[in-house]
Design a protein around this ligand. Structure first.
Ligand code: NAD
Ligand code: MG
Length: 393
């Protein structure tokens, strides 16, 4: 029997995750229909994507660019502007799934809107979960929305859990999970030279081609810290049940250790189209365009314990889970500002972890109540972090 194509919304269509998602969709025109796309400011890329995929809606979240985009797109798609419209496109009746590919806390409200509407959420935007994991997981449960992780490690774990597994439930018969980490570009670099690291060096990741914010997070290992928090919410696990192994080849994407001693792993080339195709195609397997792994050419798989002294951001994330409440939201906001300041050459690479740690120490943690509280907290912490950036400039 022919099934009708699934209607997909691609948030952050102009970014790295968005581009990989649309690359897969273009390979399967019979399976997917792009209903809506969003981008923050790149009007030319959005117009090009609109021409190619003919979505019904195109959202530009920076509303100052509305008329420029409208002129480029003409009357092919309906152009909407402003952050609020991101929520509108996620909740349209026709939506089957939403790919959350926005970077940073700007993705929180569209992610919440998606699960509140009971839609399937394909989640790459880890910051949304770090900031509001408690609210997102509860809303997903209350509205029977499925969450499929696209982050390669979490997608690997998801693939190693039983087919009936639903995110938010603590898996049965588990001993622990192991998240693998590439170690980033500076794993073997002498720590005494870390203060001289430039933004371009930090963004030159050895295995993955990604947006600039996550590339810096990978270099500080904050990315792995955010991923521990992401795993804590997605799989209902305590921090002590989540291990990290540095695996510089990025071939094993993560592992699940069961209590009988079995360890299940998912392997593949480091290509984000593999986890994204897994999420889009579920429950089927669809082609992704990625190369097939040839282990005969890879005789060098290595594993190391993480270095918490050289990469202090990892310990900050573990501490944030232990403290609970709003501490994860605080860490996320501090990190977004310190990374932005590093990328714009205002502070050194080593100042990122120092600012994050200081903000964490000074902050007052409370329990998470609602979105308005988190939005206000996010603003406050960002303002404090911006002040602190000046001290390290
Ligand atoms: P990117 O910088 O390449 O793209 C980000 C997208 O978000 C762009 O489309 C941009 O227009 C949009 N955006 C930026 N600021 C916005 C704002 N204020 N409001 C609305 N939209 C905004 O980033 P990326 O590498 O594609 O990463 C996206 C998310 O996926 C991040 O949370 C990242 O941690 C996660 N992720 C990425 C990868 C990867 O390989 N790139 C892997 C795992 C997880
Ligand atoms: Mg990852």
């Amino acid at each position: 029997m022919m099934t009708s194509p699934k209607n997909v919304v691609v948030l952050g269509a102009t970014g790295s995750i968005g581009t990989s998602t649309l690359d897969i969709i273009a390979r399967h025109p019979d399976k997917f229909n792009v209903l809506a796309i969003s981008g923050h400011s790149n009007v030319y890329k959005l117009a090009e994507l609109a021409q190619k995929f003919k979505p019904k809606f195109v959202v530009i979240s920076d509303s100052n660019k509305y008329s420029q985009l409208s002129d480029l797109i003409g009357n092919g798609s309906t152009v909407l502007a402003g952050a609020q419209e991101l929520e509108t496109i996620c909740q349209l009746d026709a939506v089957d799934m939403v790919v959350a590919g926005i970077v940073g806390s700007a993705g929180m409200q569209p992610v919440l809107a998606t699960v509140q509407a009971g839609k399937t959420l394909l989640l790459a935007n880890k910051e949304a979960l770090v900031l509001a994991g408690e609210l997102v997981m509860k809303a997903a449960q209350d509205n029977n929305a499925s969450i499929i992780p696209l982050d390669s490690e979490h997608n690997a774990i998801y693939q190693c859990l039983p087919d009936s597994y639903r995110c938010g439930i603590t898996p049965k018969n588990l001993n622990k999970i192991i998240l693998t980490a590439s170690g980033g570009p500076f794993w073997n670099r002498e720590v005494s030279t870390f203060a001289e690291i430039s933004p371009d060096e930090a963004c030159a990741h050895p295995n993955w081609d990604m947006g600039r914010k996550i590339s810096v997070d990978s270099a500080t290992l904050m990315n792995k810290g955010l991923e521990i928090i992401e795993a804590h919410w997605l799989f209902g696990l305590n921090e002590k049940d989540i291990d990290v192994h540095v695996h510089p080849q990025s071939i094993i994407h993560s592992m699940v250790c069961y209590k009988d001693g079995s360890v299940l792993a998912q392997l593949g080339e480091p290509d984000m189209r593999i986890p994204i195709a897994n999420g889009l195609g579920m429950p089927e397997r669809i082609t992704s365009g990625a190369n097939m792994l040839d282990l005969l050419q890879r005789d060098d798989l290595q594993f190391f314990a993480p270095d918490y002294i050289k990469f202090p951001c990892l310990a900050l994330a573990k501490q944030a889970i232990k403290t609970g409440g709003t501490s994860m939201a605080i860490l996320n906001a501090a990190n977004e500002i310190s990374v932005e300041a590093f990328l714009s050459n205002q502070i050194s690479f080593t100042a990122i972890a120092k600012i994050n740690a200081k903000i964490m120490t000074n902050a007052t943690v409370s329990q998470v109540d609602n979105v308005a509280q988190l939005l206000q907290l996010d603003e406050e912490v960002r303002a404090n972090a911006r002040q602190m950036v000046k001290q390290y400039a």
